[in-house]
Design a binder for this molecule. Structure first.
Ligand code: B12
Length: 343
């Protein structure tokens, strides 16, 4: 439905509600002939019919027995402009209604809020309609929320894993509900995973790269190819040897400790989907740790977060991660330990 028509309908209904139907406008002259008419919309008085009974429950009865309150016709005028005409059951003549273009009311925000809006995609200064959010704000919120749910419940495709040439392992989590409610199970490998990793991976790697959907499969789908490619190139340029990369379904960050223990990796770079917010559902993080082992404290981990096209560009992030790994290997520490050693 176009905006002009919405505006027209709104105006007609408001006139009817205000009993202004008899007030004719200056456009009241044009009366469409029968062959010009194409009934677009009929408005019935569904609150109460002539007998005072409510017939909303059965629209077919309304259709057959009661004249609509307003009928709206569409005609093409000679200069190809759209025109709409209305008739109503309490008037004997056709009435054309002046068409004014519909526009959303501009948001009135102070200069300081306008300045702040330039620096953040956060929902600030979005106005309100009475006590509620405006329709466009509400629809955007619903869209972003739906994208967040899709990201959490979605899966990384087989096709992507094949392109990355990685094999897949599982954690102790059986499904998404359990993944969300039992983070501890996402921090432990399944027995099959341990066997597979030991069979397929190079032991004692300088750098072990691992990938997991975590809390956003969309983040991995969108970013991992570019980040992985740039990270591999960066590490190769720095002559840092990479182990055998693999993919973990439903992993949590601290799972890197068990993997570090199993493979005796010097550094682990863990590419994982971030919990989606309502700004981006496609944001990926890289968690890095020097010699992660069972019992590693959180302070020894580092994170490069917000990797997506609206944040840190994936290629840039990959290249940067290589230099972080180099520094970690040099100082033999990560996180707070690295900061302390760097001085
Ligand atoms: C959820 C969350 C938390 C939760 C984690 C609890 C949990 N069990 O989920 C809580 C509230 C505890 C938390 C704490 C902190 N967080 Co936090 N957190 C996040 C958030 C919103 C999502 C993380 C996520 O999706 N992880 C992926 C899932 C799959 O991982 P997970 O295994 O379920 O959870 C682990 C990680 O989330 C990790 N983690 C969470 N935050 C941080 C921060 C750092 C520096 C590290 C190394 C790890 C880490 O700890 C969890 C348990 O192992 C991110 C925002 C983002 N855009 O990523 C910020 C974010 C990662 N956190 C941040 C910060 C600064 C912190 C704190 C240092 C705050 C503080 N001053 O205390 C602490 C550090 C905690 C730590 N583990 O070392 C920053 C990191 C900035 C940076 N680039 O260094 C982020 C990016 C937020 C931001 N925009 O500022 N965080």
């Amino acid at each position: 439905m176009n905006e002009q028509l919405v505006s027209m309908i709104t105006q007609l209904v408001m006139e009817k509600m205000g009993n202004n139907a008899s007030e004719k406008s200056s456009h009241d002259t044009a009366v469409p002939t029968e062959n010009q008419k194409e009934t677009l919309i009929k408005f019935h008085n569904t609150v109460a019919n002539a007998n005072g009974t409510d017939e909303v429950a059965n629209p077919s009865i309304i259709e057959q027995s009661i004249e609509p309150l307003i009928k709206l016709y569409h005609t093409e005028s000679s200069n190809d402009e759209q025109s709409y005409y209305s008739t109503s059951n309490d008037e004997s003549t056709y009435t054309s209604v002046p068409i004014t273009e519909f526009k959303f009311e501009e948001d009135k925000v102070s200069e300081s809020v306008q300045a702040a809006k330039k620096h953040t995609p956060a929902r600030i200064g979005v106005g309100r309609a009475g006590t509620r959010p405006k329709t466009k704000t509400w629809l955007k919120f619903r869209l972003d929320h739906a994208a967040a749910v899709d990201a959490v419940y979605g899966e990384v495709t087989e096709e992507l894993l094949q392109k990355l040439e990685v094999f897949q392992v599982t954690t102790r989590v059986s499904d998404k509900e359990e993944y969300i409610t039992r983070p501890d199970l996402g921090r432990r490998l399944s027995e099959e995973a341990k066997t597979l990793i030991q069979a397929k991976c190079t032991k004692n790697p300088k750098v072990q790269i691992i990938i997991s959907n975590g809390l956003s499969a969309s983040a991995i789908e969108e970013n991992v190819q570019d980040v992985y490619l740039a990270l591999q190139q960066s590490l190769r340029n720095l002559n840092i040897e990479i182990g055998t990369t693999f993919y973990i379904d439903k992993g949590r960050v601290a799972l890197m400790d068990e993997i570090g223990e199993l493979l005796q990796a010097e550094v682990i770079v863990y590419l994982i989907g971030e919990r989606p917010g309502l700004v981006s559902a496609e944001s990926m993080s890289a968690y890095i740790c020097y010699q992660p082992r069972i019992g590693t404290v959180e302070a020894d981990r580092m994170v490069v977060s917000n990797i997506h096209k609206g944040g840190i560009p994936p290629l840039e992030a990959g290249a940067y991660l290589g230099t972080v790994v180099q520094k970690i290997l040099h100082y033999k520490a990560s996180g707070v330990g690295l900061v302390a050693k760097e001085g």
